[in-house]
Design a protein around this ligand. Structure first.
Ligand code: SF4
Length: 397
Protein backbone atom coordinates (compact mmCIF):
# COMPACT_ATOMS: atom_id res chain seq x y z
CA UNK A 1 0.00 0.00 0.00
CA UNK A 2 1.06 3.56 -0.71
CA UNK A 3 0.00 6.54 1.39
CA UNK A 4 -0.90 9.33 -0.97
CA UNK A 5 -1.53 12.96 -0.01
CA UNK A 6 -3.89 14.72 -2.35
CA UNK A 7 -4.15 18.48 -1.95
CA UNK A 8 -7.39 20.06 -3.06
CA UNK A 9 -8.22 23.74 -2.58
CA UNK A 10 -6.41 23.89 0.74
CA UNK A 11 -7.65 20.47 1.90
CA UNK A 12 -5.29 17.56 2.10
CA UNK A 13 -6.88 14.24 1.25
CA UNK A 14 -4.93 11.22 2.48
CA UNK A 15 -5.46 8.25 0.26
CA UNK A 16 -4.48 4.66 1.00
CA UNK A 17 -4.14 2.85 -2.29
CA UNK A 18 -2.50 -0.20 -3.80
CA UNK A 19 0.82 0.37 -5.45
CA UNK A 20 0.59 1.61 -9.00
CA UNK A 21 0.65 -0.97 -11.76
CA UNK A 22 4.22 -2.14 -12.47
CA UNK A 23 4.17 -0.29 -15.81
CA UNK A 24 3.09 2.99 -14.22
CA UNK A 25 5.67 5.33 -12.86
CA UNK A 26 3.72 7.56 -10.49
CA UNK A 27 0.78 7.19 -8.11
CA UNK A 28 -2.73 8.44 -8.77
CA UNK A 29 -3.32 12.09 -7.98
CA UNK A 30 -6.16 14.45 -8.68
CA UNK A 31 -7.44 17.92 -7.94
CA UNK A 32 -11.05 16.74 -8.37
CA UNK A 33 -12.34 14.94 -5.23
CA UNK A 34 -15.22 13.43 -7.22
CA UNK A 35 -12.66 11.16 -8.85
CA UNK A 36 -11.52 9.57 -5.57
CA UNK A 37 -14.47 7.15 -5.18
CA UNK A 38 -14.26 6.37 -8.90
CA UNK A 39 -10.57 5.57 -8.51
CA UNK A 40 -11.45 3.23 -5.62
CA UNK A 41 -13.95 1.39 -7.80
CA UNK A 42 -11.58 1.12 -10.74
CA UNK A 43 -8.77 -0.28 -8.62
CA UNK A 44 -11.18 -2.73 -6.98
CA UNK A 45 -12.41 -3.87 -10.40
CA UNK A 46 -15.93 -2.62 -9.71
CA UNK A 47 -18.23 -1.53 -12.49
CA UNK A 48 -18.75 2.20 -12.98
CA UNK A 49 -22.26 3.66 -12.96
CA UNK A 50 -23.97 6.18 -15.21
CA UNK A 51 -23.26 8.88 -12.61
CA UNK A 52 -19.57 7.91 -12.52
CA UNK A 53 -19.35 8.13 -16.30
CA UNK A 54 -20.89 11.60 -16.25
CA UNK A 55 -18.29 12.71 -13.68
CA UNK A 56 -15.52 11.37 -15.92
CA UNK A 57 -16.85 13.35 -18.88
CA UNK A 58 -17.38 16.45 -16.74
CA UNK A 59 -14.05 16.68 -14.97
CA UNK A 60 -11.23 18.85 -16.20
CA UNK A 61 -8.63 16.55 -14.68
CA UNK A 62 -7.76 14.67 -17.85
CA UNK A 63 -4.52 13.38 -16.36
CA UNK A 64 -6.33 11.65 -13.49
CA UNK A 65 -8.89 10.11 -15.86
CA UNK A 66 -6.04 9.08 -18.12
CA UNK A 67 -4.14 7.53 -15.20
CA UNK A 68 -7.13 5.37 -14.38
CA UNK A 69 -7.75 4.37 -18.00
CA UNK A 70 -4.08 3.58 -18.43
CA UNK A 71 -4.15 1.48 -15.27
CA UNK A 72 -6.98 -0.63 -16.71
CA UNK A 73 -5.35 -0.78 -20.12
CA UNK A 74 -2.06 -2.02 -18.67
CA UNK A 75 -3.82 -4.52 -16.42
CA UNK A 76 -5.48 -5.97 -19.55
CA UNK A 77 -2.69 -5.68 -22.12
CA UNK A 78 0.53 -4.68 -20.38
CA UNK A 79 2.65 -2.72 -22.82
CA UNK A 80 1.21 -4.29 -25.96
CA UNK A 81 -0.27 -1.98 -28.59
CA UNK A 82 -2.00 -3.56 -31.56
CA UNK A 83 -2.20 -2.64 -35.23
CA UNK A 84 -2.97 -4.52 -38.42
CA UNK A 85 -2.15 -4.44 -42.10
CA UNK A 86 -5.49 -3.93 -43.77
CA UNK A 87 -7.13 -2.42 -46.80
CA UNK A 88 -10.39 -0.53 -47.06
CA UNK A 89 -12.74 -1.25 -49.93
CA UNK A 90 -15.81 0.97 -50.42
CA UNK A 91 -17.68 -0.67 -53.32
CA UNK A 92 -20.18 2.18 -53.78
CA UNK A 93 -20.90 5.62 -52.42
CA UNK A 94 -24.41 5.66 -53.84
CA UNK A 95 -26.79 5.89 -50.93
CA UNK A 96 -30.49 6.45 -50.40
CA UNK A 97 -30.09 7.68 -46.83
CA UNK A 98 -28.77 11.29 -47.03
CA UNK A 99 -27.58 11.41 -43.42
CA UNK A 100 -26.63 14.92 -42.33
CA UNK A 101 -23.44 13.57 -40.76
CA UNK A 102 -22.18 12.23 -44.07
CA UNK A 103 -19.94 13.64 -46.80
CA UNK A 104 -19.45 10.28 -48.50
CA UNK A 105 -22.88 9.24 -49.78
CA UNK A 106 -24.16 10.46 -53.16
CA UNK A 107 -27.49 10.10 -54.89
CA UNK A 108 -27.46 7.87 -57.93
CA UNK A 109 -26.39 9.61 -61.15
CA UNK A 110 -25.11 12.72 -59.36
CA UNK A 111 -21.55 14.04 -59.77
CA UNK A 112 -19.02 11.94 -57.89
CA UNK A 113 -21.31 8.92 -57.50
CA UNK A 114 -19.56 5.63 -58.21
CA UNK A 115 -20.22 1.92 -58.03
CA UNK A 116 -17.44 -0.59 -58.61
CA UNK A 117 -18.01 -3.45 -60.99
CA UNK A 118 -17.05 -6.68 -59.23
CA UNK A 119 -13.88 -7.03 -61.29
CA UNK A 120 -12.91 -3.47 -60.37
CA UNK A 121 -13.40 -4.23 -56.68
CA UNK A 122 -11.19 -7.32 -57.01
CA UNK A 123 -8.50 -5.22 -58.72
CA UNK A 124 -8.78 -2.56 -56.03
CA UNK A 125 -8.30 -5.24 -53.38
CA UNK A 126 -5.08 -6.34 -55.03
CA UNK A 127 -3.70 -2.81 -55.48
CA UNK A 128 -1.88 -0.51 -53.11
CA UNK A 129 0.90 -1.50 -50.80
CA UNK A 130 2.95 -4.58 -51.48
CA UNK A 131 2.68 -5.78 -47.90
CA UNK A 132 0.26 -8.68 -47.71
CA UNK A 133 -2.90 -7.50 -45.99
CA UNK A 134 -4.61 -9.64 -43.36
CA UNK A 135 -7.97 -7.87 -43.53
CA UNK A 136 -10.36 -6.28 -45.99
CA UNK A 137 -12.61 -3.68 -44.38
CA UNK A 138 -15.64 -3.40 -46.67
CA UNK A 139 -18.37 -0.80 -46.16
CA UNK A 140 -20.35 1.43 -48.47
CA UNK A 141 -23.58 3.26 -49.20
CA UNK A 142 -27.14 1.93 -49.29
CA UNK A 143 -27.51 1.49 -53.04
CA UNK A 144 -31.14 1.44 -54.21
CA UNK A 145 -30.57 -0.97 -57.13
CA UNK A 146 -27.61 -3.24 -56.40
CA UNK A 147 -29.00 -6.69 -55.59
CA UNK A 148 -27.99 -8.56 -52.45
CA UNK A 149 -26.29 -11.06 -54.75
CA UNK A 150 -23.76 -8.36 -55.79
CA UNK A 151 -22.54 -8.13 -52.19
CA UNK A 152 -22.48 -11.91 -51.76
CA UNK A 153 -20.51 -12.25 -55.01
CA UNK A 154 -18.17 -9.47 -53.90
CA UNK A 155 -17.31 -11.29 -50.69
CA UNK A 156 -17.12 -14.78 -52.16
CA UNK A 157 -15.03 -13.47 -55.09
CA UNK A 158 -12.60 -11.80 -52.73
CA UNK A 159 -12.46 -14.93 -50.60
CA UNK A 160 -11.67 -17.02 -53.64
CA UNK A 161 -8.85 -14.67 -54.72
CA UNK A 162 -7.50 -13.90 -51.24
CA UNK A 163 -8.37 -16.96 -49.12
CA UNK A 164 -6.06 -15.96 -46.28
CA UNK A 165 -7.55 -12.48 -45.83
CA UNK A 166 -10.20 -11.84 -43.16
CA UNK A 167 -13.41 -10.25 -44.51
CA UNK A 168 -14.64 -7.61 -42.07
CA UNK A 169 -17.65 -6.44 -43.99
CA UNK A 170 -20.89 -4.45 -43.78
CA UNK A 171 -22.20 -2.19 -41.07
CA UNK A 172 -25.34 -3.13 -39.15
CA UNK A 173 -27.07 -0.44 -41.23
CA UNK A 174 -26.07 -2.14 -44.50
CA UNK A 175 -27.13 -5.54 -43.16
CA UNK A 176 -30.57 -4.22 -42.20
CA UNK A 177 -30.98 -2.42 -45.54
CA UNK A 178 -29.99 -5.47 -47.60
CA UNK A 179 -32.35 -7.62 -45.52
CA UNK A 180 -35.22 -5.25 -46.24
CA UNK A 181 -34.48 -5.05 -49.95
CA UNK A 182 -34.10 -8.79 -50.36
CA UNK A 183 -37.12 -9.55 -48.16
CA UNK A 184 -35.11 -11.70 -45.80
CA UNK A 185 -34.94 -11.56 -42.03
CA UNK A 186 -31.84 -10.01 -40.50
CA UNK A 187 -30.75 -13.45 -39.33
CA UNK A 188 -31.19 -14.98 -42.83
CA UNK A 189 -29.23 -12.08 -44.32
CA UNK A 190 -26.38 -12.52 -41.86
CA UNK A 191 -26.30 -16.28 -42.42
CA UNK A 192 -26.02 -15.77 -46.20
CA UNK A 193 -23.25 -13.22 -45.69
CA UNK A 194 -21.39 -15.62 -43.43
CA UNK A 195 -21.79 -18.45 -45.95
CA UNK A 196 -20.39 -16.15 -48.68
CA UNK A 197 -17.28 -15.50 -46.61
CA UNK A 198 -17.95 -12.63 -44.19
CA UNK A 199 -15.81 -13.33 -41.12
CA UNK A 200 -16.82 -10.40 -38.89
CA UNK A 201 -18.57 -7.03 -38.94
CA UNK A 202 -16.86 -3.66 -38.54
CA UNK A 203 -19.44 -2.09 -36.22
CA UNK A 204 -20.13 1.15 -38.07
CA UNK A 205 -23.42 3.01 -38.35
CA UNK A 206 -24.00 3.04 -34.60
CA UNK A 207 -23.46 6.84 -34.53
CA UNK A 208 -25.28 7.82 -31.31
CA UNK A 209 -28.19 5.67 -30.15
CA UNK A 210 -30.19 8.59 -28.72
CA UNK A 211 -33.38 9.05 -30.79
CA UNK A 212 -33.24 12.83 -30.28
CA UNK A 213 -29.79 13.07 -31.87
CA UNK A 214 -30.37 10.38 -34.46
CA UNK A 215 -33.41 12.20 -35.82
CA UNK A 216 -31.17 15.15 -36.61
CA UNK A 217 -27.94 13.57 -37.84
CA UNK A 218 -29.12 10.35 -39.54
CA UNK A 219 -32.90 10.10 -39.55
CA UNK A 220 -33.04 7.66 -42.48
CA UNK A 221 -30.96 5.03 -40.75
CA UNK A 222 -32.12 2.18 -38.55
CA UNK A 223 -32.60 3.34 -34.98
CA UNK A 224 -30.34 2.48 -32.08
CA UNK A 225 -32.39 -0.51 -30.95
CA UNK A 226 -32.34 -1.98 -34.46
CA UNK A 227 -28.56 -1.50 -34.59
CA UNK A 228 -28.21 -3.37 -31.30
CA UNK A 229 -30.64 -6.10 -32.40
CA UNK A 230 -28.62 -6.63 -35.59
CA UNK A 231 -25.39 -6.86 -33.62
CA UNK A 232 -27.02 -9.33 -31.23
CA UNK A 233 -28.10 -11.57 -34.12
CA UNK A 234 -24.63 -11.39 -35.69
CA UNK A 235 -23.04 -12.47 -32.43
CA UNK A 236 -25.61 -15.26 -32.01
CA UNK A 237 -24.63 -16.81 -35.35
CA UNK A 238 -20.95 -16.62 -34.47
CA UNK A 239 -19.87 -13.41 -36.18
CA UNK A 240 -17.79 -11.14 -33.98
CA UNK A 241 -18.15 -7.41 -34.47
CA UNK A 242 -16.74 -4.11 -33.35
CA UNK A 243 -18.84 -1.21 -32.10
CA UNK A 244 -18.47 2.47 -32.83
CA UNK A 245 -19.76 5.79 -31.52
CA UNK A 246 -19.71 9.02 -33.52
CA UNK A 247 -19.05 11.90 -31.14
CA UNK A 248 -18.31 15.60 -31.33
CA UNK A 249 -21.45 16.87 -33.12
CA UNK A 250 -24.73 17.71 -31.34
CA UNK A 251 -24.75 14.99 -28.71
CA UNK A 252 -24.21 15.73 -25.02
CA UNK A 253 -22.50 13.77 -22.26
CA UNK A 254 -25.76 12.00 -21.33
CA UNK A 255 -26.10 10.74 -24.91
CA UNK A 256 -22.54 9.42 -24.89
CA UNK A 257 -23.05 7.66 -21.57
CA UNK A 258 -26.35 6.16 -22.74
CA UNK A 259 -24.57 4.84 -25.84
CA UNK A 260 -21.73 3.27 -23.86
CA UNK A 261 -24.07 1.66 -21.32
CA UNK A 262 -26.23 0.11 -24.04
CA UNK A 263 -23.14 -1.40 -25.65
CA UNK A 264 -21.90 -2.67 -22.30
CA UNK A 265 -25.28 -4.32 -21.60
CA UNK A 266 -25.28 -6.10 -24.97
CA UNK A 267 -21.70 -7.21 -24.45
CA UNK A 268 -22.73 -8.74 -21.10
CA UNK A 269 -25.35 -10.70 -23.02
CA UNK A 270 -23.39 -11.87 -26.07
CA UNK A 271 -19.66 -11.29 -25.53
CA UNK A 272 -19.49 -10.72 -29.29
CA UNK A 273 -17.85 -7.32 -29.40
CA UNK A 274 -14.10 -7.20 -29.86
CA UNK A 275 -13.24 -3.54 -30.01
CA UNK A 276 -14.87 -0.22 -29.27
CA UNK A 277 -13.94 2.58 -31.68
CA UNK A 278 -14.95 6.15 -30.81
CA UNK A 279 -15.13 8.09 -34.08
CA UNK A 280 -14.48 11.83 -33.99
CA UNK A 281 -17.01 13.68 -36.17
CA UNK A 282 -15.60 15.42 -39.25
CA UNK A 283 -18.08 18.14 -40.26
CA UNK A 284 -16.49 19.42 -43.51
CA UNK A 285 -18.63 18.96 -46.63
CA UNK A 286 -21.62 17.78 -44.59
CA UNK A 287 -24.83 19.70 -43.84
CA UNK A 288 -23.40 20.06 -40.32
CA UNK A 289 -20.24 21.82 -41.47
CA UNK A 290 -21.01 24.83 -39.25
CA UNK A 291 -20.02 22.67 -36.25
CA UNK A 292 -16.51 22.67 -34.83
CA UNK A 293 -14.22 19.68 -35.16
CA UNK A 294 -13.34 17.84 -31.97
CA UNK A 295 -10.36 18.99 -29.91
CA UNK A 296 -7.46 16.93 -28.67
CA UNK A 297 -8.83 17.14 -25.13
CA UNK A 298 -12.18 15.73 -26.21
CA UNK A 299 -10.58 12.95 -28.25
CA UNK A 300 -8.25 11.84 -25.47
CA UNK A 301 -10.98 12.00 -22.86
CA UNK A 302 -13.32 9.96 -25.07
CA UNK A 303 -10.76 7.19 -25.30
CA UNK A 304 -10.13 7.21 -21.55
CA UNK A 305 -13.81 7.23 -20.55
CA UNK A 306 -14.54 4.43 -23.02
CA UNK A 307 -11.82 2.26 -21.47
CA UNK A 308 -13.18 2.85 -17.98
CA UNK A 309 -16.89 2.38 -18.70
CA UNK A 310 -16.64 -0.51 -21.18
CA UNK A 311 -15.08 -2.88 -18.69
CA UNK A 312 -16.21 -5.90 -20.71
CA UNK A 313 -14.73 -4.81 -24.06
CA UNK A 314 -11.34 -6.41 -24.69
CA UNK A 315 -10.03 -3.55 -26.84
CA UNK A 316 -10.34 0.21 -27.22
CA UNK A 317 -9.15 1.54 -30.54
CA UNK A 318 -7.88 5.04 -31.21
CA UNK A 319 -8.45 5.08 -34.96
CA UNK A 320 -5.61 7.18 -36.33
CA UNK A 321 -7.54 8.24 -39.43
CA UNK A 322 -10.14 10.01 -37.31
CA UNK A 323 -7.99 11.07 -34.38
CA UNK A 324 -4.81 11.89 -36.35
CA UNK A 325 -1.70 9.75 -35.86
CA UNK A 326 -0.44 12.10 -33.12
CA UNK A 327 -3.56 11.88 -30.95
CA UNK A 328 -3.80 8.12 -31.57
CA UNK A 329 -0.24 7.76 -30.39
CA UNK A 330 -0.84 9.73 -27.18
CA UNK A 331 -4.04 7.74 -26.61
CA UNK A 332 -1.88 4.66 -26.09
CA UNK A 333 -1.14 6.18 -22.67
CA UNK A 334 -4.79 7.10 -22.03
CA UNK A 335 -6.59 3.78 -22.37
CA UNK A 336 -6.24 2.75 -26.01
CA UNK A 337 -4.48 -0.49 -26.91
CA UNK A 338 -5.02 -0.37 -30.70
CA UNK A 339 -4.50 2.28 -33.41
CA UNK A 340 -6.03 0.40 -36.38
CA UNK A 341 -4.10 -0.40 -39.53
CA UNK A 342 -2.50 0.64 -42.78
CA UNK A 343 -5.95 1.26 -44.39
CA UNK A 344 -4.27 2.11 -47.75
CA UNK A 345 -7.14 4.14 -49.20
CA UNK A 346 -9.61 5.80 -46.86
CA UNK A 347 -12.52 7.56 -48.60
CA UNK A 348 -15.31 8.19 -46.09
CA UNK A 349 -13.58 10.62 -43.70
CA UNK A 350 -11.50 12.19 -46.44
CA UNK A 351 -14.69 13.21 -48.20
CA UNK A 352 -15.48 14.92 -44.87
CA UNK A 353 -12.25 16.88 -44.89
CA UNK A 354 -9.91 14.57 -42.97
CA UNK A 355 -6.36 15.87 -43.39
CA UNK A 356 -4.67 12.63 -42.37
CA UNK A 357 -2.94 10.51 -45.04
CA UNK A 358 -5.19 8.00 -46.80
CA UNK A 359 -2.95 5.22 -45.56
CA UNK A 360 0.14 4.55 -43.48
CA UNK A 361 2.87 2.01 -44.02
CA UNK A 362 3.43 -0.76 -41.54
CA UNK A 363 6.70 0.76 -40.39
CA UNK A 364 4.94 4.11 -39.72
CA UNK A 365 2.56 2.40 -37.33
CA UNK A 366 5.39 0.54 -35.64
CA UNK A 367 7.25 3.80 -35.12
CA UNK A 368 4.23 5.59 -33.67
CA UNK A 369 3.75 2.79 -31.17
CA UNK A 370 7.40 2.43 -30.24
CA UNK A 371 7.80 6.15 -29.67
CA UNK A 372 4.85 5.96 -27.27
CA UNK A 373 6.92 3.48 -25.30
CA UNK A 374 4.67 0.55 -26.19
CA UNK A 375 5.36 -2.81 -27.76
CA UNK A 376 3.95 -3.02 -31.32
CA UNK A 377 2.03 -6.22 -31.97
CA UNK A 378 0.78 -6.84 -35.47
CA UNK A 379 -2.53 -8.64 -35.10
CA UNK A 380 -5.08 -10.16 -37.41
CA UNK A 381 -8.72 -9.09 -37.09
CA UNK A 382 -9.26 -11.55 -34.23
CA UNK A 383 -6.19 -10.20 -32.36
CA UNK A 384 -3.99 -13.21 -33.07
CA UNK A 385 -0.31 -12.29 -33.49
CA UNK A 386 0.92 -12.07 -37.08
CA UNK A 387 4.46 -12.92 -38.15
CA UNK A 388 5.41 -11.72 -41.60
CA UNK A 389 8.02 -11.62 -44.29
CA UNK A 390 8.08 -8.98 -47.03
CA UNK A 391 5.22 -10.55 -49.00
CA UNK A 392 3.54 -13.13 -46.78
CA UNK A 393 2.34 -13.60 -43.23
CA UNK A 394 1.59 -16.31 -40.70
CA UNK A 395 -1.08 -16.05 -38.04
CA UNK A 396 -0.43 -17.71 -34.68
CA UNK A 397 -3.56 -19.65 -33.70
S1 SF4 B 1 -23.63 7.72 -43.37
FE1 SF4 B 1 -23.86 5.81 -44.52
S2 SF4 B 1 -26.09 5.51 -44.64
FE2 SF4 B 1 -25.76 7.68 -44.12
S3 SF4 B 1 -25.70 8.76 -46.11
FE3 SF4 B 1 -23.59 8.25 -45.57
S4 SF4 B 1 -23.20 6.31 -46.64
FE4 SF4 B 1 -25.42 6.59 -46.52
Amino acid sequence: MTTLLVEFRGWVIIEQMPNAHPFQTHPFQTDDPRLIPIKDKVLAGERLTEADALVLYGTGDILAVGWLANWVRERMHGDKAYFNVNRHINPTNVCVAACRLCAFGRKKDTPGAYTMALEEAFQTAASGYTEAVTEFHIVGGLHPDLPFQYFLDLVSGLKERFPQVHMKAFTMVEVAYLAKRSKLTIRETLVKMKEAGVDSLPGGGAEIFSDRVRHIICDHKIDGDQWLDTARLAHQIGLKSNATMLYGHIEDDEDRVDHLLKLRALQDETGGFQTFIPLAFHPANTPLQHLFTTTGMDDIKQIAVSRLVLDNFPHIKSYWQMMTPKIAQISLRFGADDIDGTVVEEKIYHDAGATTPQGLRRHDLVRLIQEAGREPIERDTLYRPVTRTETSFTVSV
